[in-house]
Structures are given as C-alpha cells and as structure tokens.
Design a protein around this ligand. Sequence first.
Ligand code: FMN
Length: 330
Amino acid sequence: MIPYIFFAPIQGITNSEFINTYDTFFGEDIYKYFTPFMRMESYENKIRKKDLKNIHTININIKQKVIPQIVSNNYDDLVNFASQLSEEGFNEINLNLGCPFPMLVKRKLGGGLLGDLNLITALLDQFFSSSASTVDLSIKTRIGLESPDEIFKIIEIFNQFPLKYIIIHPRTVMQQYSEIPYKEIFYECIKISKIPLIYNGDILTKDDYDQIINSFSNNYERKIMIGRGILKNLFLPAIINENFRFTSGSEIALKIQNFLSELLEQYRQRLSGDKNIILKMLQYWEYFSVMFNNNSSKVYKTIKKSRNLNHYIENVNKIFKEYELKFLMI
Ligand SMILES: Cc1cc2nc3c(=O)[nH]c(=O)nc-3n(C[C@H](O)[C@H](O)[C@H](O)COP(=O)(O)O)c2cc1C
C-alpha cells in the first residue's frame, strides 16, 4: 500500500504562497494540503476577506489537492462556508476540533468544542440535513479536552454521520504540544471507528512513520498527516514514499535554495516592505534552520539580523556556504 501524505494546516505557514511553492518543488509526494483554519465574517455570512484571498491565490492546477478548513461552532457558518467554497470549485471542507489556543478554547471553538458533545452533535446533524452536505466534510480533532479517553464518546458521535474521514492528533487540548502523543489511544480508536481515521502527530523521520504504521493493523490505510516534520526536512515526504533520488549534497542544497527563492518571490508579490517580508520568512526559518547540522540557532540568528531583502538574500547564501545540511535521509 502506498503512503498518502496529508500536509497539516499550520496557521501563518501553510498559506497559499507556501503551498504553491512547496507543490512546485516537492508536490509529487503530497496527497492533500489543508489551509490554516479560516473564519466567517461576523454578520455577513461570508468567508473573511483575507482568508478568501488566500484561497484565490492557490494555483489553479493544485486546487483539487487543497482542503479549506474552518473553525466555528455555528451551524450557519459551516453551511455558508461549504456553499461558498463549493462555488469556488472545492468539494471538501474540514472542521477544526483541535486547536488548543486558549482564546478559541474559551469560546468553545477548535479544541474547545470537545467540551460540548451536544453542540458537536447538533452541528453535524444540522449540516448533514442541509443542502450544503453535497460538499464532503472531514474533521481534524484531538482526543479530548482534558482526558485522553474522552475520544471514545466523541467517536460514537462521529460514527452517526457520513464524515469523509477523521484526522486525529492524539493529544488532549490541555496538553497543547507537551509529552508524546497517545498512539495506543489512536489504535483503540481504529477498532471502534466506522469512519476512516488518519494519524497526525510528531512524525519527524521515516523511522517514526514506519513505527506508527507497523504498530497499527495491516488494514490501516497508509494515510498520515504531517506538519512540523516536513518543515524541518522538506524531503521527508519523498523519503517516506521512497522517492528520494538525489546523488549529492550539493544537488539537495540547490533544490532547497531554489525553493527558498521561489517562496521569497511569492511573498514579495503579496507583502510590501522589506521588514514584513523578512518577518514572514523568519517564521519559516524557525523550522527550516533545523535542516542545518547542530547549527539551527546560529542559522536562525543570521537570518534574523537581515536588515533588508538584499541582506536577507546574502545571509541565505552565506548559510549555505558556511553550514552543512544535516543528513536528511533519515
Ligand atoms: C503554529 C501552529 C499552527 C497550527 N495551526 C493549525 C490550524 O490552523 N489548523 C489545524 O487544524 N491545526 C493547526 N496546527 C496543528 C497542526 O496541524 C498539527 O496537528 C500539529 O502540529 C501536530 O502535527 P505535527 O507534529 O506533524 O506538526 C498548528 C500547529 C502549529 C504548531
């Protein structure tokens, strides 16, 4: 069975500029991309303008690989989101039931919704009885608000609806990103879920992937979602897919450099002012810097010191001259 790799949504990072660029260079190993969560404009029943702009700048040829995500606990929002995106040519949306940002959780949004199972049931019930349900709905969730065994009740609810699949990041909302994911709980979920499940969380190497896949039963479809692991090793999907064909370190470095130039170019078109563009690139370098052997903090600091875009480009070149890339084939 071939692996299907879903690129996880990461707010501020998996924007259209990134998805377009990543797909140009590494796209053959990605099955689907998810947008960071979007919201509806209050009182207007329309997707927020800046979120819609993000959708509109996705390259037309990869639109079918991109799944828009919403954060909401409101039936009208969900239905209007689905309808508007259907008009934009999308046939699937994803509902976020996992975001642990306290501001959202307090308002029963994202992971906060896991604290109100009646509200989840009502939301899904209304969605699937509406005309908007011609658009497929998938869910991305954590395993509970406070306790990992909450997921078993949550799965019982999901089982009542024709959801396309459920992506599970087996940590609780309260855990945020601490400790290791509860893989054994995910395994229990596979046994009781009537809906296909997709594992997500802390896959950084091919070994991590193999361990996870091998610990699940043979009929677990090889579908996984990865976020930070890909940002820390852009080749990870190719390595997992056994599709990594480079012969030399310089060839690898060149591909990363070309990718970085294109990402910069995409943001130059969207943002104005060197400072804003450098700040955006720095967000990426928090992850990309990990690709350099034991020098990630030096690499990050070098980028941070960039005074303007020319200086940024000089610094990137300097980094590739001075620091070696990690052995990425792990
Ligand atoms: C900075 C940051 C922003 C994120 N934004 C979103 C988001 O918008 N929607 C979502 O469903 N998950 C979001 N996530 C969670 C990731 O999609 C993913 O579930 C999590 O990082 C675990 O997977 P990983 O270990 O492969 O990165 C975010 C995670 C991080 C670190």
